[in-house]
Each structure stands twice: as structure tokens, then as C-alpha cells.
Design a protein around this ligand. Structure first.
Ligand code: ATP
Ligand code: MG
Length: 359
């Protein structure tokens, strides 16, 4: 999948931006506060129906407008392009895919796989486990189509179980959900575990180049005791869960432990190293995606030169160039990113929210 054409209206400071993208690399340069990150954010929004830097929709709608609109044509491998569009006001969201209105965010996500590396990405390591579950689940979702259904079922059962606790239902009624939780948890756990296993050799390959002589270990923990079934754990903890009003074990508590030379990556490495490691995790994800699906995904790299020193920048560019991805990268000065290795490339310049192709 590649993005062929994009039209942005009233998204942050981008009033009207329309362009045809290169299938290889697209470099967007411009001074501070011109709209570079906003452009990547718009692409990300079209895929995830959320932003990587805010949860508030009013941050995204241009201050002079009451809605924004994003429209893209996606190249899915066949001759015809797939149109996708999002129209968003403060109250309403409309998603269209192939001229049809769709309700589920998962449907747009499935046909438009996008990964982002940006200045806050290190939070994958430093923030809570929810970020790391999202990391794993992005990968599982795009490889295993049964995952979404199992996760929906699981989430619904946890919500119902917690609601039963909070409304003071009898122990018997609360327990009714346990079998459903157990069944779906087994599936979710197996898929997540498998994903992390498949990802590991790709990550290790990158780590050996960027962190020579360091031992980086990623360890998936499923969210309940390793030696018991979830059913056993739920039965064991139900009294306490009922008192607290929530389910304390299960896939919604899973995490990914990342250690460097035996120490937690949260505290044991520098911020620069955290940024590097997260970039490698995302690149490994993109590699695995294209291998498993036999098609490329889109990679957004915000502020690449600011994130890496010159040596690492060169190395990372080399790695990305050798991968099957469509890259959108931003920089203040265009010379900061060496595009010489790409055959298909385009350069754009943004100024006060307006985009111009450099030829
Ligand atoms: N909803 C909005 N409406 C209008 N302008 C906005 C809105 N949200 C943000 N802006 C402005 O858009 C401009 C572009 O922001 P953006 O983060 O995309 O810049 P940038 O080019 O990535 O800058 P930097 O190089 O500093 O990272 C900023 O001046 C910001 O204040
Ligand atoms: Mg920026």
C-alpha cells in the first residue's frame, strides 16, 4: 500500500494542501512552525483516526474553521486507486472508503497501514504499558485478521464484568464473563506472543548495527501469571476484583519489557538512545509488516535530522532506503536528509501552511 494523492483542508495551519506523492521518499522541508509535523499528522490521522500528539479534536481543526477534511487515494497494488476520506467537526466524524460510509475505524486502518517516528516516540519506552500494547497490537492487527474480533469480544466481556462488580451483582453473575474472557484471552495472548517472537530477529539485526556490544532484550508479558490459566487467576482474584470494581488480570494488562544490558530501558539508557531504540522498534515493525503481507507500508519520520546525530542519521537513512516502505520525512533544511540512494523521490517545501513541490 502506498499513498498516491493527498488533499488536506483546514487541518491545523494547513488550509488547503494537495499533492501527488512519490512512491519512494517524500521530503518535506520548511522553517519552524510552517506545518511539517501537521502534514505527517494528517496522514497519520487518515490511518489511525487519531493524532500522535493530541487527543483533542479542537487542536486539529483549523482555528478559523469548524471542521477539517482529509482525502487520499491509495495505491493498493492494482491499477485502480482506493479513495479514503475523513470529515471531522467537533461533534461529528464521517469516514468514507471506496465511496461507502464506514463506521469502524478498523476498516480504514486495515487498508492504510501507517507507522510514525516523531520527537515524542521515546514515550513508547517511558510511558505506561498502554503505549506498548498499542505497539504490539498494531503489528498483530495488520498480520492476523482474527485478532480484532477476539479483542473486541474480550474488551466487551471485561467492560461487562467490571460493570457487574460496580452495580453490586452477585458473585455468580459476575463470574458469568470469566469463560468468555478466558477463551478470548488465549487467542489474543497467542497472537501477541507470536508477533513479538517474529519481530525479535528483525530488531536484533538492527540493534547489532546501532547498539553494538549492547544486549537488547524485549520480553512480552501477557498480563497474568505465566503458570496459570486466566480462568484460574480470575477465580482466585474475583473477591478482590469485586471490591475494587475492576478486573486486575488479563490481556488488558499485558506489557512489553525492554531491557538493555539487563537494565530497564526506561531508566538505564539516555534519551537519545531511547529515541534510537524506538526508531529501531518501528523499523523492525515496518520490515515485518512488508514481509508478512508482501506489500509496503507508509513510514512517517518527523524531524529526522533533529533526532539523530550525523552518523546515525546516515545509517538510518541507509536502512530505510533498503526497506519496502513509502517514506515521508521532514527536516528544516532539505540538505539535512540525503536522498541520493532513492530512485523515486519528491521534495516539498512548506511555508505558512502552503506546500510547494521543489523541482
Ligand atoms: N488548529 C490550528 N489552527 C491553526 N494553526 C494551528 C493549529 N494547531 C497548530 N497550529 C499552528 O500550526 C503551525 C505549524 O505547526 P507544526 O507543528 O506543524 O510546525 P512544524 O513545521 O512541524 O514546526 P517545527 O519545525 O517547529 O516542528 C504552528 O504555528 C502552530 O501554532
Ligand atoms: Mg514539527
Amino acid at each position: 500500500m502506498r499513498l498516491a494523492h493527498l488533499h488536506i483542508q483546514q487541518f491545523r495551519n494547513l488550509q488547503q494542501v494537495e499533492f501527488d506523492a512519490s512512491s519512494g521518499v517524500n521530503l518535506i522541508s520548511g522553517q519552524n512552525a510552517t506545518g511539517k509535523t501537521s502534514l505527517l499528522e494528517a496522514i497519520y490521522y487518515l490511518s489511525h483516526v487519531r493524532s500522535f500528539r493530541t487527543q483533542h479534536i479542537s487542536d486539529l481543526i483549523n482555528h478559523q474553521a469548524s471542521f477539517f477534511e482529509l482525502f487520499a487515494r491509495l495505491h493498493q497494488g492494482s491499477a485502480t486507486l482506493t479513495p479514503v476520506g475523513i470529515w471531522r467537526s467537533r461533534q461529528k466524524l464521517q469516514i468514507r472508503l471506496n465511496q461507502q460510509s464506514i463506521k469502524r475505524v478498523a476498516d480504514i486502518a486495515a487498508c492504510f497501514p501507517v507507522l510514525a517516528i516523531h520527537p515524542d516516540s521515546y514515550r513508547l519506552i517511558t510511558a505506561g504499558p498502554a503505549e506498548r500494547r498499542q505497539f504490539i497490537d498494531w503489528g498483530v492487527f495488520h498480520v492476523e485478521h482474527g485478532f480484532f474480533h477476539a479483542w473486541q469480544r474480550y474488551k466487551r466481556a471485561v467492560t461487562q464484568r467490571n460493570a457487574a462488580f460496580r452495580s453490586g451483582q452477585s458473585l455468580k453473575l459476575c463470574q458469568l464473563w470469566d469463560v468468555e474472557l478466558d477463551e478470548t484471552a488465549v487467542r489474543i495472548d497467542a497472537l501477541r506472543d507470536d508477533y513479538v517472537r517474529q519481530l525479535t530477529p528483525m530488531l536484533q539485526n538492527l540493534v547489532s548495527r546501532f547498539f553494538p556490544d549492547r544486549e537488547v532484550v524485549i520480553e512480552y508479558r501477557r498480563g497474568w501469571a505465566a503458570d496459570s490459566s486466566l480462568l484460574e487467576v480470575l477465580q482466585h482474584t474475583i473477591q478482590r476484583d469485586r471490591q475494587r470494581g475492576h478486573t486486575s488480570a488479563g490481556p488488558h494488562r499485558a506489557d512489553l519489557y525492554i531491557r538493555v544490558d539487563g537494565q530497564s530501558a526506561q531508566t538505564g539508557i539516555s534519551r537519545g538512545q531511547q529515541k534510537m531504540l524506538v526508531a529501531l522498534l518501528r523499523l523492525a515493525q515496518a520490515m515485518y509488516f512488508s514481509q508478512a503481507n508482501n506489500k509496503p507500508c507508509v513510514l512517517l519520520y518527523d524531524d529526522l535530522p533533529a533526532e539523530l546525530d550525523a552518523n546515525h542519521r546516515q545509517q538510518i537513512i541507509k536502512v530505510i532506503q533498503s526497506m519496502r516502505v513509502q517514506l515521508f520525512v521532514t527536516a528544516i533544511e532539505p540538505e539535512q536528509v540525503d536522498l541520493s540512494a532513492w530512485k523515486h523521490k519528491k521534495m516539498f517545501h512548506v511555508e505558512q501552511g502552503r506546500l510547494q513541490e521543489l523541482v
